[in-house]
Write a protein that binds this ligand. Sequence first.
Ligand SMILES: Nc1ncnc2c1ncn2[C@@H]1O[C@H](COP(=O)(O)OP(=O)(O)OP(=O)(O)O)[C@@H](O)[C@H]1O
Length: 678
Amino acid sequence: MAVLSKPLLPTRLSSANIKSIIADLTTLYLTHRTRISRAVYLTLFVALIARIRNAIAEQKAASLRRAQQKKATGTGQTEGEATKRKKVELNREFFKNLLRLLRICIPGWKSKEFRLIIGHSVFLVLRTMISLYVAELDGRLLSYHQCKLSLQYRTRLTNYIHSKYLSQMTFYTLSALDDRITNADQLITVDVAKFSNSLAELYSNLAKPVLDILIYNYSLSRSVGGEGLFFMSLLVQVSASVMRALTPPFGKYVADEARLEGEFRASHSRLIDWSEEVALYAGHEAEKDTLDKGYFTLIKHVNRILRRRFYHGVMEDFVIKYFWGALGLLLCSVPVFFKVPGTNAKSMGDRTESFVTNRRMLLMSSDAFGRVMFSYKEITELAGYTSRVSTLLDVIVDIQAGHFEKKLVSSADTEENAAVLRGRGTVTEGSDIEFVGVPIVSPNGDVLVRALSFTVKPGDHLLIVGPNGCGKSSLFRILGGLWPVYGGTVRKPPFEDIFYIPQRPYLSRGSLRQQIIYPDSLLDMRAKGTSDADLLRILETLEIGSLIDRPGGFDAEQPWEDVLSGGLQQRVAMARLFYHRPRYAILDECTSSVTLEVERVMYEEAKALGITLMTVSHRRSLWKYHMRILQFDGQGGFYFGVLDAERRAVLEDEKEDIELQLRAVPDIEQRIAELTSQ
Ligand SMILES: Nc1ncnc2c1ncn2[C@@H]1O[C@H](COP(=O)(O)OP(=O)(O)OP(=O)(O)O)[C@@H](O)[C@H]1O
């Protein structure tokens, strides 16, 4: 006990002495901490036992006294004395007494009181059940309304987007001429639904808490004073701003996630579209790599968001629960210590009462505020979907106004080509097809032909030839209004007078009849006065009348692109042409899979129907059906003229040259092999 050898209370207490005493006491406590705590526990335990023993002894003595008194006075005690001595407690005696009184109040199970109690109990049970039902119904009604609201939003948006997306060929231009939206399908099908859900959810999540905040804060301001509330709101605002600044850009994350989901889905759709080709190449491993990569990128992103959400949640909890809670309690205690002008709480009791009321209001208000703050994450998610959907709408508006954004190829860098890209041509309507000085430019700015000029009058069947990628099909894209006209003048008949048949015909969903009359509907067909018998005649001309022998006939619905072979598909496409009978037909390698005999029937029938043909084909067999030729050289130059014997001879020579070159290739390879073996 060296520490105690010093006198504990020196005669004069200076601050240094006090410090040294506190230090000594602390050391003393720390040295004997275990013993001290044991002693405290023991004392508490002994005190407890003693208290219990005393209580038992007291009860015994009391009952003894009561018994002695009873003996001495018979029943003799006054009501006042009994009340004085009896302790009102929730003990056995209470229940005994209650039962006794109840027996008086309810004399038997046949009594009126008993019947009333039974009736009352039934109503009580009913009330509880109704409350439960109402609570459940409340929840169900809310979620039903929320779902209805979300569906309603989705329907409106989808209708709006469909009306824009499917007008002015926007669905084509959006994917072919613009880079900004990569997966419109995902946007329209998934993101619009998510946006609608998020919007409907947010409304119900925000509306009530905001209302609560307003009401509770108003009541609070009346009792704690506007200044306190203003000060606290200011602090909450500052901390909310800090929180917002520290909140990761969840909106962007959500938009990115939706984009990655879209890309992953697009890869799967691609695999389904090309399943046959991939299977024949045995390309499953390569496809698996692509799909795995897409999924991995998506999941990596999702995991990152999850992590950020977790950390952000912890911070949010801390600020909302603790920091704002402490602030709120400080505010509530204002009327306890200070008199708030305009309030009538005077005594300490009043102040305590108002503290409790304020605390409760504050709890409600902060709970509501917390819900609003927690909704912040949902708002940012909504912001993500909003940005996706509105980007789609903006790009659609932009595209419909003729503004496209696509990465340009290097050839667009030259001054001459850049000048071509800056220009704009004119499109007029006429009975012939005429191009005057029109450049052919691919969507990424590649100038394929600087100024193309040719004319096709009715009956002037035109053959278009040239090497791959020279711009033959692009010419039709300009004619069809898919690509912009960068210069010169295009004169063409109305859209419905030109019909296009590509190499791989598009077969829609629906019946066999719909394949033939596409894009007409059954009503359009009837309005034109065409019957099923007329359609059958068309099929028979093309030697495919047997198609209606399948179950269902013209009404049969099948996945036609799988059910029909390539050649049959090309014949159905020709049947489409014969049904529509346009003034001009663009036939883009559309007879590549049929026999020469079928090709002859197709061309002769088309001519007999008065259709002027514009054919892209490398087939020599087709030359005889055409009177004019447009020949591209693949270097930006072209020849347009009559396809007479002289020109045919030139074509023959060119073809022979090409064939010779092709035949020379194995020789070269053989020569290389010889050289390398020497
Ligand atoms: N949507 C597009 N986006 C970017 N470039 C395109 C697009 N469509 C076509 N092109 C490019 O335009 C050029 C001309 O294509 P086009 O289809 O007119 O060739 P083509 O002469 O018909 O060839 P082929 O005989 O092989 O069918 C090609 O280089 C092609 O890559």
